[in-house]
Design a protein around this ligand. Sequence first.
Ligand code: SF4
Length: 456
Amino acid sequence: MSCLNIAFMTLGCKVNYYETSKLSAEFEMAGANIVSFESVADIYVVNTCTVTNIADRKSRKMLHRAKRLNENALVVAMGCFAEANKESLAESESIDLVIGNDRKNDAYGIIMENYFDMTTVGSGEKTERENMSISGNNDSVKLNEHDENGRTRAYVKIQDGCNQFCSYCKIPYVRGRLKSRIGTDVSDEVKSLAESGCREIVLTGIHLSSYGVDRSGCKSFVELGGEPVAGLASELAGISGIERIRFGSLEPRIITEEFVRAISGNIKVCPHFHLSLQSGCDKTLAAMNRKYTVDDYRKACGILRKYYDRPAITTDVIVGFPGETDGDFEQSMRFVKEIGFSDIHVFKYSKRDGTRAANMEGGVPESVKHERSRLLIEAGRELTEIYNRSFIGQKQLCLVEEKITVGGTDYYTGHNERYIKLIFDACGMSGDMENQLLEVVPSETFDGGMLLCGRL
Ligand code: SF4
């Protein structure tokens, strides 16, 4: 397969990146050349996203761009936008193959065996093929492949799917119900990552807090008190070479005394928690079918702060949800400031056909969404600055990720346990510091959020 060039384009969440990485590794192991998406390739795979209208547009644009780059290439659409639009994409002249989410684990075989005769690639010939859509009932989803995001940090997907049905979200429809990996599969992957030099893992999934519910006989993660998540983290902490464990996005309802007591006893779990808020207004939360209140969220943050010194609490907020009034938005803004997040991701509500919110009254004009988004982003920046500054003058452990050059000077950058980006002068440092843990002391903020540090 040495002559086969394959290009990947990934849109959307960390789970999509994990899945592309896994598929790319399969092609690489088989001898394919992984080339940039702007190159002339034999196969283009676009792992699409449908979380917003913008994501839909980008997904479609990338698929058409692939065909323009090489009209003879096999163009493959997979991911959530592909799943949600299987029939129409299968009819498109730009797209040769659509792989449903329930067959994504077989994508390599589907592409290889059914749509591309690899043995003829060298001569530039291709077998006949028709535009087709592939999907089926593959319940035994294997998520046991290896992913590496550089040497330092790796994302490890531990579950897929979601049973929550937030009123604005299409994910449960396109990714299906909850499916958890078995712990030994995850451990094997993490051991392999550690052996290849990885020092930090981020446990990720579509609804991470529900990990293990499908194997427990319980109906909801709330009944389990987060035990499977804490138990898995404890098992992974025993793997030699792994220094840090982070969780991807968690639901506020998993944060109980019991859960936080368990994870805070695990020194490898970083004091960095991404708790999705979505709105700081109870009326809007109820309309979103989020199953917690502002007060539940406040209590969760209180528990984290009881067990950890200044934990980094980061979040997502949606602005302009149908029916969100100026007063509702102001409540959200006040709540965000009260919690003092260390980072906020702001999203403008985007209507997704097929969801309950798509039929709700009280649509918010784009100009209002835009202004609310601007105000919240600005508030978030100020909170980040306040939070990061609280560490000035205090020793930090930096996991060094890369060397960069700014204004002719070499610097190393990395993150501390709280995921604050640190930067320090590389001058006079002999040897490669990448992937090392170094103690540094921040002296000032740099370029809107990073901490400029001196070495010890
Ligand atoms: S928890 Fe809600 S927003 Fe998150 S994937 Fe599930 S339905 Fe979507």
